[in-house]
Design a protein around this ligand. Structure first.
Ligand SMILES: [Zn+2]
Length: 302
């Protein structure tokens, strides 16, 4: 194989011809190979260098093996999540009902727990003071859990690594919770339904395209777990909406990366329409956002 440029000596990038499959397309997206196009003709270069010199390479088998290696590397499954807490690393080993805290030069510490929902994806969140680790779990969708369920298990790292509680099995498409800067609050902000505030009714049941009535649509919840006593405070998060609103106006509202802090006890929620609402913790009343009316010309053509 001639992997380096015969003219300038720089390392080359392999050119691959033909229609790429998804695995090869990923390798090309990662910049590990370059796609030379669908046409396969004699005399096409097999490599090029950063100075755009190109050359041919008779070692078809060698290039084939290298290409297989590159494609396998680019498509390897990501390693399971871990978390750094103090001098240690928290791991959830396959098949175990426990987390393990691995600290160099010290015995492993094991914190048993039983996940209360099926595990599809998980992620760790460490408190700023590294005293707590939250293990966020999402059920995904399957036959037994057609609706997304999520929750988190809470662990204390110091003085002893152990499971201390959590917030299991909540409906909705969840996102990992966020610790306050002083590690005294753990908050989650999740879109979890379409409730009409104060009525127990479903917003879509009120739909009337000719009505001018407006109600408060509670579409999300803010949950704030106070630490260390784990007292849970939660409130609805809503917005005033006309009952003539079509579902496409609100069905895609999501809360990914939509909660943060401006002070130790002030959470800020970013609404899907861009508005930011500050909430003092513990939250004492439902949160109501303020959404600008939809463009009337846009609405007229629905
Ligand atoms: Zn070159």
């Amino acid at each position: 194989m001639i992997e380096n440029c015969p003219e300038c000596g720089e390392p080359g990038t392999m050119l691959v011809y033909g229609l790429p499959g998804p695995a090869l397309a990923d390798a090309a997206k990662a910049g590990r190979v370059s796609l030379g196009g669908c046409m396969i003709e004699p005399g096409q270069p097999d490599w090029f260098c950063p100075a755009r010199h190109s050359w041919t390479d008779e070692d078809v088998d060698g290039r084939g093996r290298l290409l297989d290696e590159i494609v396998a590397e680019c498509n390897a499954p990501p390693p399971p999540p871990t978390a750094h807490a103090g001098a240690g690393v928290v791991e959830w080993r396959a098949g175990e009902s426990a987390l393990t805290l691995v600290t160099p030069g010290a015995p492993d510490q094991v914190a048993p727990f039983a996940p209360s929902i099926p595990v599809d994806e998980y992620a760790f969140v460490v408190s700023p003071d590294e005293r707590y680790v939250a293990l966020f779990i999402d059920s995904g969708h399957d036959r037994h859990y057609p609706h997304d369920t999520h929750g988190f298990e809470l662990f204390e790292v110091r003085p002893e690594f152990r499971h201390i509680g959590g917030l299991p099995a909540l409906p909705g498409d969840g996102h990992p919770p966020v610790f306050s800067p002083d590690s005294r609050w753990l908050v989650g902000f999740v879109a979890d339904g379409y409730r009409v505030r104060g009525t127990g009714r479903h917003f879509t049941d009120l739909f009337d395209k000719r009505s001018g009535a407006r109600v408060t649509l509670d579409w999300a919840r803010l949950r704030a777990l106070r630490l260390p006593d784990q007292e849970l405070h939660w409130v609805d998060v809503g917005v005033e909406m006309p009952v003539s609103a079509y579902p496409h106006e609100y069905m895609d509202w999501d809360t990914e990366d939509a909660v943060g802090f401006t002070a130790a006890d002030v959470a800020v929620l970013r609404m899907p329409w861009g508005q930011e609402v500050a909430v003092s913790l513990p939250p004492s009343a439902p949160v109501t956002g303020d959404r600008p009316p939809t463009d009337p010309y846009y609405s007229a053509f629905q």
